[in-house]
Ligand binder design. Sequence first.
Ligand code: BES
Ligand code: MN
Ligand code: ZN
Length: 498
Amino acid sequence: MDYSIVTAPLDELHCDCMIVGVYQDRQLSPSAMALNNSFNGLIKNIVNRGDLSGKNGETVLINAVPGNNIQRILLVGLGENKPLSAKNYKKALLAAVNSLKKPKIESLVCCLAESEVIDRDWQWKSRHIIETFNDAVYQFTELKSDKETESNIQRISIVAPEAELALAQSGLLQGKAIAEGMELTKRLGDLPGNTCTPTYLAEQALALGQKYPSLAVKILEEADMAALGMGALLSVSRGSRQPAKFIILDYQCGEKNAKPIVLIGKGLTFDAGGISLKQAPGMDEMKYDMCGGATVLGTMLAAAQMQLKLNIIGLIPSSENMPDGDANKPGDILTSMAGKTIEVLNTDAEGRLLLCDSLTYAERYNPDVVIDMATLTGACLVALGRVASGLLGNDDALCDELAEAGEIANDSLWRLPLWEEYQEQLKSNFADMANVGGKDAGTITAACFLSRFAEKFRWAHLDIAGTAWRTGQNKGATGRPVPLLSQYLLNRAHTDKA
Ligand code: BES
Ligand code: MN
Ligand code: ZN
């Protein structure tokens, strides 16, 4: 997809479709008014006829437009004629792009950034046009014989006034980087488990390092992990024929001595549950259990493309969780890299076994903060549904910064408590701790488990079990939480410099 910012008057632009806003009560946005004047009252006629009430998210496509420059006009309802909420702006954008998935529409000019959005500037507005449009036209057709996609949109120009050009341009660069990061994350998520193995993920990371020289990529093999004592991680991999990989991405574009931000992503390329086998319905969706890892790759791509002046380390422990003669068995006791022993009461609680050794590994970077993301618990879906990711951590300031980044990125988080009372649920009669804490508060006890390996640094955990992919008819990866993490990194690049 090709994106650009244009400042020329509307009647000088050429496109297959121009997108303009209309408010409730038949009030036209400035660009709708301009087109109305160029086309002898065309838009007012349509609105006055009652074909569009101007309610947010409504659309009408004007299929025949006089002249040769503009082939079509899409009217998009914006709601009341006052500054839009960020959510309504996004809703209008989504309605617009979804109604333009037509075979003959390749080039768009979008005038919607002119609408005022509460507390948001042109940078944010142009960035979100790109993120929303790019997200909406994504389709995973790689493994279909017929690779035709619903949308043929190839070029999008965002109209901006001269005075806002600089902000709109920087929003464009951010939007392109984040959209590309999300695309990578979604593609890796949507790939099936028989293609997207730990080895494949490692290759993708190496390829990313080839494309962005600022990303140094290293892969630890099982022998390396054994030498480090990663007994928890390796115990999960023992039940799989695919070798585990520990992917390390190193991005050093910040101050030489600045402590790094460490991002850890669960890269479980298929979670059958192990000996505690999952039930059959919906098990295919456990190919998405590597979305935390894919998020680390997508976010590091975005950071590298934006050339953020930060030091960032990405860690992706990657394995499968399969039933096998050599798999973990309920009751088995493992020794983690930290030396703590773990009784495996349920082999399906494998994500925390990967993450605990990764957290211990992160200590060697003397991190400023560590943020892990994982499709960790079905319980998080029960608690928060598919709207917000779960947030837990040992540092209020970090949690606040992440939650705020989520609001701006439209990729929200909701914090759950990590009180010590919950730690008791992890008691084991035979080891330092059990890997599960019973059926109550599953998301919290999973985070409690992780917290025991995160005592040496500021740490936050994102449970993305409900947000990393959609189920049902529109099954597919969402690319979340790439927007939220990219926003956090952008904020950090800004404040660390100040
Ligand atoms: N990857 C799953 C969590 C999951 C399940 C995410 C369904 C999204 C949808 C994780 O490895 C897992 O199996 N967790 C168990 C933990 C339990 C055994 C304590 C779960 O949530 O059932
Ligand atoms: Mn599991
Ligand atoms: Zn899992």
